[in-house]
Design a protein around this ligand. Structure first.
Ligand code: S3P
Ligand code: PEP
Length: 451
C-alpha cells in the first residue's frame, strides 16, 4: 500500500502546557522483524503491541504474499503461521512497500536467497533511496537482480537454487544492510559473517537468537562487531511483546522540554543501548529527564521516561553517537532551536538518504521558521534562542519525521508552524495527533479542526 492519500497540511501553535502519561505505539524496527521472523518460523508466533502503521502493515502484506498466514484478533494480537525458512512461496504480484526502507531492504535479504522471483515497488520517496547497499552483497551470494541504473526501485530479484554464504564488512553504519545480509545468510548453507565496524541497532541479532538461530557476536582487535550466523536453522515460533518505540517517544519528550510548564511521562519505552543516543544528548543539554520503573522485558531494557520543561544549552553531539539516534536528529534540531547557544551535529552523512534528504529538509524548515542554522556536507549547526520562532510552512517531502518534528517546533514557537503534509505521519506513528491532543497540544488540520 503506497501512501496515496492527498496531502494534508497541518498547523501546530503554542497553547497550554503539555501534561499527562501516555504510551506510544510499538517499536517499528522490532515490529517489522517480528512479522518477518514469524513468517520464517514453523508454527505460530504471536505478537502483542505490534505497531499498526503503514510501513509495518506493508511488511505484513509482503509476508502474506510469500505464504505466511497473519491474522489480527479483536484485541489487537497478531498470530503469524510461518511459511518456514526455505519454503517461501513466489509472490503472485509486485510487492509494494510504500515508504518503508526497513521493510523493503530486509525483505530483499530474506527473498534474495530463496529460489523465487519477486518485484518490489514503493512510493516516490522509497524509489529515490539507494538499494545497491543491499543488492551488492546479495549479488555476491548468487542473487540475480534487474534494476534501473543506480539500483533504485522498482526492481526485481531472483534467488539462486543454492546460495553462497558470505563474509561481508558493512561499508556504512546501517542496521538495514547488516540485517539484510544476515537474513540472506539464513537460507545459505554454511556460515555467513557480517563485520560491523560501527555498531548499529542489534534487534536482528537478538531476535534471531530468540527464534533459535545459531548466531554469535564477538569483537575483533579493532573493536568491530563480528556476527556469525549458521545457515539453515530451524526457527522456532515466539511470543513477542513489542515495547514502545523510542523514536516515537522522542516527539512528546522534546515537546515537553520546550513547552513551558510541561510534565509528560511516556510509559514502556524500549531502552536498547543502540537506541538511546537522543536521551543521552538531551541530558547533556540540561534536560530534566528521568527514567523510571526500569525493567527487563523480552530480553530488552524498557522504562518510563518523564520529561519536564527545561532550560536547554547547546552541545556538540559526538559523531560516533549518530547510529544510536539516527532517526532523532530532526527532532533534536527542534530542541536545539530552543537551547542557549549552538548545537553542533557532525557525522550525518546517512541523513541524506532517508525518506528525504533530512539534513536539507531540516535546514530549510528551520530557516522558514526563523531559526539560524548552518548546513554542511555531513553536519548541521543550529543556533538556539533566536526568538520569533515560527510563522513558516515546511516541505515534508513524504517524510514522517520531518512532519512530526516541525509540528513539535510549532507547539513552542511564538508563531504557528504549518507542515505541507501531515498524512505521512501514518508511516510510523498513526496515533501522533490524538496522543498530542490528549496532552493538551494544539495541532489542527488546515481547516482549523483538531486533527
Ligand atoms: O534496521 C532498522 O530497523 C532501521 C535502521 C535505520 O536505517 P539504516 O540502516 O538505513 O541506518 C533506521 O534509520 C530505520 O528507521 C530503522
Ligand atoms: C529511516 C526511517 O525508516 P525506513 O528507513 O524504514 O524507511 C525512519 O523511520 O526514520
Amino acid at each position: 500500500m503506497s501512501h496515496v492519500s492527498s496531502p494534508r497540511p497541518m498547523t501546530a501553535r503554542a497553547g497550554s502546557a503539555l501534561q499527562g502519561r501516555i504510551r506510544v505505539p510499538g517499536d517499528k524496527s522490532v515490529s517489522h522483524r517480528a512479522l518477518m521472523f514469524g513468517a520464517l518460523a514453523v508454527g505460530r508466533t504471536t505478537v502483542r503491541g505490534l505497531l499498526e502503521s503503514e510501513d509495518v502493515l506493508n511488511t505484513a502484506g509482503a509476508m502474506r504474499a510469500v505464504g505466511a498466514r497473519i491474522e489480527r484478533s479483536a484485541e489487537g494480537v497478531y498470530a503469524i503461521d510461518g511459511a518456514g525458512l526455505g519454503s517461501l512461496l513466489e509472490p503472485e504480484h509486485v510487492i509494494d512497500f510504500g515508504n518503508a526502507g526497513t521493510g523493503v531492504r530486509l525483505t530483499m535479504g530474506i527473498l534474495g536467497t530463496h529460489p523465487i522471483a519477486a518485484t518490489f515497488v514503493g512510493d516516490a520517496s522509497l524509489s529515490r533511496r539507494p538499494m545497491g547497499r543491499v543488492l551488492d552483497p546479495l549479488r555476491q551470494m548468487g542473487t540475480s537482480v534487474i534494476a534501473r541504473s543506480g539500483d533504485r526501485l522498482p526492481l526485481s530479484i531472483r534467488g539462486p537454487e543454492v546460495a553462497l554464504p558470505l563474509t561481508y564488512r558493512v561499508p556504512m553504519p546501517s542496521a538495514q544492510v547488516k540485517s539484510a545480509v544476515l537474513l540472506a545468510g539464513l537460507n545459505a548453507p554454511g556460515e555467513t559473517t557480517v563485520v560491523e565496524p560501527v555498531a548499529t541497532r542489534d534487534h536482528t541479532e537478538k531476535m534471531l537468537a530468540g527464534f533459535g538461530a545459531d548466531i554469535s557476536v564477538t569483537l575483533d582487535d579493532a573493536g568491530a562487531r563480528v556476527i556469525r550466523l549458521k545457515g539453515q536453522p530451524e526457527l522456532k515460533p515466539q511470543d513477542i511483546d513489542v515495547p514502545g518505540d523510542p523514536s516515537s517517544a522522542a516527539f512528546p519528550i522534546v515537546a515537553a522540554l520546550i513547552v513551558p510548564g510541561s510534565d509528560v511521562t511516556v510509559e514502556n519505552v524500549l531502552l536498547n543501548e543502540h537506541r538511546t543516543g537522543l536521551i543521552a544528548t538531551l541530558l547533556e543539554m540540561g534536560a530534566e529527564i528521568e527514567i523510571l520503573n526500569e525493567r527487563s522485558a523480552g530480553g530488552e531494557r524498557v522504562g518510563d521516561i518523564r520529561a519536564r520543561s527545561s532550560r536547554l544549552k547547546g552541545v556538540t553531539v559526538p559523531a560516533e553517537r549518530a547510529p544510536s539516534m539516527i532517526d532523532e536528529y530532526p527532532v533534536l534540531a527542534v530542541a536545539a532551536a530552543f537551547a542557549q547557544g549552538d548545537t553542533h551535529m557532525p557525522g550525518l552523512e546517512e541523513l541524506r538518504v532517508k525518506e528525504s534528504d533530512r539534513l536539507a529538509a531540516v535546514a530549510r524548515g528551520l530557516e522558514a521558521n526563523g531559526v539560524p542554522c548552518r548546513e554542511g556536507e555531513a553536519e548541521l549547526t543550529v543556533t538556539g534562542g533566536a526568538g520569533r520562532i515560527g510563522g513558516g510552512t515546511v516541505a515534508t517531502h513524504l517524510d514522517h519525521r520531518i512532519a512530526m518534528s516541525f509540528l513539535v517546533l510549532g507547539l513552542a514557537g511564538e508563531r504557528p508552524v504549518t507542515v505541507d503534509d501531515g498524512a505521512v505521519i501514518a508511516t510510523s506513528f498513526p496515533t501522533f495527533t490524538s496522543l498530542f491532543a490528549g496532552l493538551g497540544a494544539d495541532i489542527a488540520d488546515r481547516e482549523g479542526l483538531t486533527a
